[in-house]
Design a protein around this ligand. Structure first.
Ligand code: UD1
Length: 379
């Protein structure tokens, strides 16, 4: 059996990693006829060292077999370029199955290509819905799921969403969360290996990420968020590894005055917001696991903080990960200044949300996925 695995953007790499590892583990014990041959394709949607290569390095992901090198563009440009390049890959490689993960433009582009070529499609992290179609990722999720033959989900709510959309029940598999597989695998290593932040007192800082166009592309919204962060940072320092888009917006809006631009501080004695470049996986994991709490507009971090039991305040009006609110440590605070500050103070006053780990977020999601595919295709 030949399978193409697709990645493109930062949040894809930690999701594909456990899948590759399980395929390798399986192959190690097999005869030649029963091997699951995989080809790793990188669309090139993310291309900066910090957004891509550093993840391959930290997670020991083998270099992509094929790199499409598409880079940035408008949504249609990016999607179109990936489709054209990926179609050629499919013509040449003739895979039995293509696997996509998450909800980025690369996920969407490869799904459409594959469906038109009548190649079976597997989607890892299917069924998540924010019910907000102004989010590009929601469109990507809806289209990808409607075209997929194997829909691997992280929680029961996702199964329900898919059933309501008319997806046959037989195609839906509740397997758990592959992102959590990687988190559990690397958590101790991050603790052992990362020296860079040793001056940082544990649980004495807040970690912040912000990159949604709806939060950073509008000067007014971004400024309001920063004003609430400035208030919080009077109580506890905030560490802010910023996405390239966010860095560009800070420059465009001339917001630099709000931030410290250097790491050469003893954070515990400092107040303020520390602006950093995007971090490699292990450094970010170290900071996340030891933070007092996280402020974020990311999707994946909502799940990761729930798995780690770290309080998370999500700077969005909705989420495609409601389980992190129902069961985990996540609270939606939107971009309302008062709410952001009040919920932050709550946590600082020892009233942070205590969650539980959702069903099947046990580090074995990729194992379940590979077993299902082997059952269908090889056994
Ligand atoms: C993408 C995903 C988003 C995910 C995020 C994680 C889509 C629609 N969005 O958003 O779901 O949460 O990745 O990071 O796929 N840029 C660089 N270097 C890079 C990559 C991007 O400078 O390596 C800059 C470029 O100016 C680019 C912009 O960031 O135009 C946006 O990149 P893009 O890939 O379009 O979307 P993200 O905002 O990264």
């Amino acid at each position: 059996m030949k399978i193409i695995l697709v990645v493109g953007a930062r949040p894809n790499f930690m999701k594909i990693n456990p899948i590759i590892n399980k395929i390798k583990e399986y192959n190690f014990k097999q005869t030649k006829q029963r091997i699951l041959k995989y080809i790793l394709v990188h669309s090139g949607q993310h291309y900066d060292f910090n957004m891509s290569d550093s993840f391959f390095k930290d997670l020991e992901i083998p270099p992509p077999d094929i790199h499409l090198g598409v880079g940035s563009g408008t949504h249609s440009e990016q999607t179109g370029k990936i489709m054209i390049a990926f179609e050629n890959v499919c013509f040449k490689e003739k895979p039995d199955l293509v696997m996509v993960v998450g909800d980025v433009n690369s996920t969407l582009a490869c799904s459409i290509t594959v469906a038109k070529l009548c190649i079976p499609l597997a989607h890892v992290e299917a069924g998540l819905r924010s019910f907000d179609r102004t989010m590009p990722e929601e469109i990507n999720r809806l289209v990808t799921d409607s075209l997929s033959d194997f829909l691997f989900t992280t929680c029961r709510g996702a199964n329900e969403n898919l059933k309501k959309e008319g997806i046959p029940e037989n195609n839906i598999y509740l397997v758990g969360n592959v992102m959590v597989d990687t988190l559990y695998k690397y958590r101790n290593l991050a603790e052992l290996k990362i020296e860079k932040f040793k001056n940082l007192k544990k649980k004495d800082y807040v970690l912040l990420t912000l990159h949604r166009p709806s939060n950073v592309d509008s000067k007014k919204t971004f400024q309001e968020i920063i004003e609430s962060l400035v208030e919080i940072s009077k109580e506890i320092p905030i560490i802010f590894p910023a996405h390239p888009r966010t860095q560009k917006m800070i420059e465009r809006f001339e917001f630099y005055n709000f931030f410290h631009k250097s790491l050469n501080y003893h954070f515990s004695q400092m107040k303020g917001i520390f602006l950093l470049s995007p971090l490699p996986y292990l450094e970010f994991l170290y900071l996340m696991a030891n933070a007092k709490f996280i402020l974020t507009d990311s999707g994946g971090i909502q799940g990761e903080t729930t798995a780690l039991g770290i309080p998370c305040l999500t700077l969005r009006e909705n989420t495609e990960h409601p389980i992190t609110i129902e069961e985990g440590t996540n609270i939606l605070v939107g971009v309302d200044k008062e709410k952001i500050i009040n919920e932050s103070l709550n946590i600082l006053n020892g009233k942070g949300k205590i969650g539980k780990i959702p069903e099947l977020w046990d580090g074995k999601a990729a194992k379940r996925i590979i077993e299902i595919l082997i059952n269908k295709y090889i056994d």
